[in-house]
Design a binder for this molecule. Structure first.
Ligand SMILES: [Zn+2]
Length: 336
């Protein structure tokens, strides 16, 4: 009985040992022939295998964040990220991480971030960062560039990268010299003498610029043509506001200042310009009479001229302009 048990036990041990050896050999053989691998799918399509999922995914993440060549890339949009399924693969099957990565790149759309500097909403040039764009605008302000009020910065997210320029290049390309306001000494001679300098270039921004002073109505009457209107008698849009009233009506200075032009100026007829400081000027055109000459200090409300129809005019009216650094702004932003 005891012997029988012994035989049984011996057999049992033998069996267990054999079983262990067999298992070990099988596991060894599997480990020798196969390796744990990730089968990679993009959009449910099997595209290859990788042994190092972490490294491949890291490379893909870095591509999404930085793109290929990292200048001004905001991000990369990829349609579908890969999915990984663990499997055992024969050791001789090649993995193809590079091919998988290239498949991701093929469907990637790179978005670039950069900044446009606009003048009258038109994109003029592009710089790399917001700081640079701000720098450009500040430098133009310091140089008193006459187009500064029309400029703004727009952030761009685009799939194509425009040519980016340096701060210095941007400043020199955008700078426009402000028309010089010459302070003319008061003359004792005739009131109709053409004196001072004037800029009659035509620009009509719709924005309201802060002029820092209060303007009063130079005349009361009927508004016969508004700012910005185009008509057959003008080459471009209307740079002022027309107020129709009877000829000879006195025109009051909209604010105090120095008369910088008083005389005949082509289609503007008899024209008077008052400079109020900080680049702000008011223009009074088509006058029948001019009561003050260039260089005169005038106070707000002072009679400076009379309504007429001189120059390019079809009837008595005051053509009033508000200009800041030579740029005409809508007078109705400030009065009427
Ligand atoms: Zn007009």
């Amino acid at each position: 009985m005891f012997k029988k048990i012994m035989i049984h036990t011996k057999r049992g041990i033998k069996f267990i040992v054999l079983f262990m050896i067999a298992s070990f050999l099988i596991v060894g053989a599997v480990a020798f022939l196969y390796k744990p691998t990730y089968s990679v799918y993009i959009n449910n399509e099997q595209v290859g295998y990788t042994e190092n999922r972490t490294e491949l995914q890291h490379k893909i993440n870095s591509y999404i964040e930085n793109g290929e060549d990292s200048s001004n890339v905001a991000f990369v949009q990829v349609g579908n990220l890969p999915e990984y399924k663990l499997c055992l693969l024969k050791r001789n099957v090649v993995t193809n991480d590079d091919e998988i990565f290239n498949k991701i790149k093929e469907q990637g759309v790179t978005y670039y971030r950069y900044y446009a500097i606009t003048e009258n909403q038109e994109e003029k040039l592009y710089v790399s960062s917001f700081e640079e764009a701000e720098n450009v605008v500040n430098q133009l302000k310091e140089k008193n560039s006459s187009n500064i009020e029309k400029m703004s910065i727009v952030e761009k997210y685009e799939t194509d990268l425009k040519e980016l320029v340096s701060t210095e290049e941007a400043v020199s390309k955008l700078y426009v010299e402000a028309p010089k306001v010459i302070q003319v000494a008061q003359k004792s001679t005739g009131r109709y003498e053409s004196t001072g300098t004037v800029n009659t270039s035509l620009t009509t921004p719709t924005a309201k610029a802060n002029i820092g002073i209060n303007l009063i109505r130079p005349v009361s009457g009927v508004i016969s043509s508004r700012f910005g209107v185009r008509s057959s008698i003008r080459k471009s849009s209307h740079t002022g506001l027309d107020i129709a009233t009877s000829a000879g009506t006195p025109i009051a200075a909209a604010a105090s200042g120095t008369v910088t032009f008083s005389g005949y100026k082509g289609s503007f007829g008899n024209m008077l310009v008052i400079s109020h400081g900080n680049g702000v000027q008011t223009y009074y055109c088509h006058c029948s009479k001019l009561y003050v000459s260039a260089g005169t200090q005038v106070s707000q409300g002072q009679k400076i001229a009379a309504v007429g129809s001189t120059g390019n005019s079809t009837g008595p009216h005051l053509h009033l302009e508000v200009r800041i650094n030579g740029v005409a702004y809508n007078p109705q932003n400030y009065l009427y």
